[in-house]
Every structure is written in structure tokens, then in C-alpha cells.
Unconditional design. Sequence first.
Lengths: 344, 133
Amino acid sequence: MAKINILNSQSLKPLMPIKECPAKKVIDNLFMPERAKQMTEIFAEELEHLEEIRVRRGQVILGRCRLKELKVPQIVLKEEMEYILQRLNQSSLYAWEEEYRKGYLTLAGGHRVGLTGKTMLQRGEIRALKDINSLNIRLARNVYGAADKIMPYIANKNTVRNTLLLGPPASGKTTVLREIIRTLSDEKGYQISVVDERSELAGMYEGESNLNLGSRVDILDGCPKAAGMNMLIRSMAPEILATDELGNKEDIQALEEALAAGVRVITTVHGQSLEDLRNRPVLASLLEKHLFETIIILSKSQGAGSIEAVYQWQNDGYERVRANEIPRRGTDSWSVGSRRLDLC
Amino acid sequence: MRWCEMEINYNLLPLAEVLELVAARLNNKVGEMFHACAKGISDEHLSAQASWQKALEAYLTVSPIGRENGLLLLRFGKSLGSSDLSQQNNNIHFACANLDQALKKAVQEKESRAKIYRYLGIFAGLAVVLILY
């Protein structure tokens, strides 16, 4: 099966000057000056496509982009890790306690930093995370055109289908969702409300969105999804509600309430196949009640954003879309070389 | 210190912002020290401890607070920004208690010295009277 990597498309936007590149900003802000210089030189022209930077104490730094892994020599020592952590928490650990406890924090610009270290438990629950030894800096960016090929399954002239993006971590779900929201907002004119629990979709910082979600979007930042969805339906009267990474029973209940209220929903879930959903007690109801009309499965098999399959609810079941049913577009700005989307 | 505690507890502001806010309220040499510490963190990318030490050392050259109190403030800076909220509060309380103690001691010293100078003045006056007559 040929797959398309929509996030690696050639076309998306002119290369931005290196000083404006989000990855460069993150590197300059978090790493010691000599290290930042070294990383910039090694990542070079891949800097703009950088998807994540992995920093582990006692190991070399690794950058990942477009299925490539770039090594930055010289291992990370304790002092360097401490410097990075101080830059991350702005020398204010007390202000990030909750984020440390959850194992991640979000930087200005929507970049998410995952943390591992020693967990401190209290009555079986994680109370704190100390002695951080590993960081995964996931870089957020707009990939314009990333949703072009899947938009026909999500929206047509008159309606928007309730859509679920399914994929494992780092498969491009959030980036594709961001582009779906922007397209529906800017190009189709829908009023959209977004619950951005982890500040990854919009990258809100001091009340301003650092990532482009379009001009008809209201963003509820840092709010738990279930509470946020209920709040937005009442307060903002959205036509479409979007949120990232549904996971628990409360999220599903709020989703059902939104659908019952006539709001269209677009969201994401971790998983690799419909089978994965069926096997998870909380999420199985998504399929049983066929809450979504379109399910798109993403992977990173050919880089983040590879489309594995598209399913649509029809004839009382989820049917996998055949390649020849894919609507053709006049301009095919996202396609990579001569490869074509072959879903079956 | 109490202002720092308030901003940290109620607004969870980053340390550099807390220090700048307190500096703006103080508007004196101590305020300048807080401002210098904030700049060290945000502009020079220094750790909170290193920035505090640098700012404090500069302050001690123009301040009469003495070595003992200087060491007290230096110790306070060692935990700055690198501990969780409850530990940060404990450190602020500890530093405040020590500073209160130091202040009481200074006031007592001032009062006892004032007494000595008053007695000295009286005795000197009496001596002058005795000499003259």
C-alpha cells in the first residue's frame, strides 16, 4: 500500500528565514550558546522540518525530522541538563509543579516538552517528578496544506462530518487537526470553538495564539476537555467543536452531549487501528454508537502524517474508502512526487 | 520577602517577574538588587541562585547590613526557584524569621547604644560642671 506523507510535502510554504524558524528559537532559548550553535549547524537545512529533539542525560542529543535522525555529538552532562531545565521552568520550579507532575510542559509557541525522572508517590498517585533525566521537545508548527487531501472526507459543500483522527504518538494528529481547523475556518467559513487543554493546538501565550488556526476560531486554553466542551457549547455557539486527544469517560460524555446539541466535532485519539479502539473499554463506545462519520488513521510509517486508511460510516458500518473514490482536486499542492494516495 | 511570597503563592508568577514587581514597589537599593537579579535570569540566562548571588554581592558593597545578614540572604538565594511551592514557602518563612530576628537584635543594639550615649552625655555634662566649679 502506497502511503502519503502529508506533513513532508514539498509545497507547503516558502522556507522561512532561519532566524524566524520556531525550532531555532527553541534551541537558542533552551540550550547553552555553544550547544545551540552546534545544533543549528548540524540540523542546518532540516531545522525548519525538525519534529522533535530528544535530550537524555549521559547520551548525545538526537533530532528527528522526515524519517531522519540527526545526532549532536558530546553527551549531555548533569550541568547541561540542569541549565536546560532552568531555562524550561524559567528558574521557577514552583510555578510548574502541576506540569511536572503530569510529565510535560508547554512552551510559548505550543511546543510540548515531555519529561521523565524519578516519580515521588503519595497514596499511589504521582505527587512530583524529580531528578529529570530525559526530555522530548516536540516542535509545533503550522504545515499549510497538510489536510488538503483528507478535507473531502471531512467537509463537502453543505456539511461537515464528525471526524476522528486516530494515530500513535508523533503520527502528526495535532498538526493535521490544526490544519483541518484552519481550513474549515478560513476557507469554508465555519465558526469553530477549540478546547486546547495542553496549549498545543493554538500555542497560546499571554492571550495570543502563536499558531494559525484561522480567523473564525475561539480558543479555550488550558481547560480540561470535558468541562471546556460543555462550556463552549453554551457560551460560544460553535458550528464545529475541535479538541485533541480524547481519553477518558468524561471526555466521551461531553462529546456525546456536543453531538446531541447538533454541534459537529473533530478530534483525535491515540491508537493504530479500529481494533485498538474496540479493545479499549472507554473508547469502544465511539465505534459502537458510531459517533464519528469519518475516521482517518494516521501513522509515521513514511514520516509524520502518513495516511494509513480512511473509514466512513455508511450502510450501518465503517467502510474503508477505496482509492478511486477519492475526489480529485484541481491543484494537488501537497502531493509528493508522483506517488498517489492509495488507501486500499 | 512577603511580597515575593504573595506573588509566588497567589499568581504563580515566574521568579524574574516576581522580582521585577517587587523591585518596582521598593524603588531603593534593595529594589535595584531585585531588578538586577531578575535581569540576570531573563537576559543573561543565569540560574536564579547565580543571579541572586551576583546581585547580592553588588548590593553588599553599598549596603550597611553587615556580613551576617549578607550570609543570611546568600543562603536564602541558594534555594531560589529550584524548589517546589511548599519548600519555597518554607525558605521564605525561614529567611523572614531570621531577618526579623536580625532586625530585633539591631533595634536592641541601637537602644542599648543610645542609652550608653545618653549616660555618657550626662556624665560628661556633670564632669564639665564639676571641673568648672
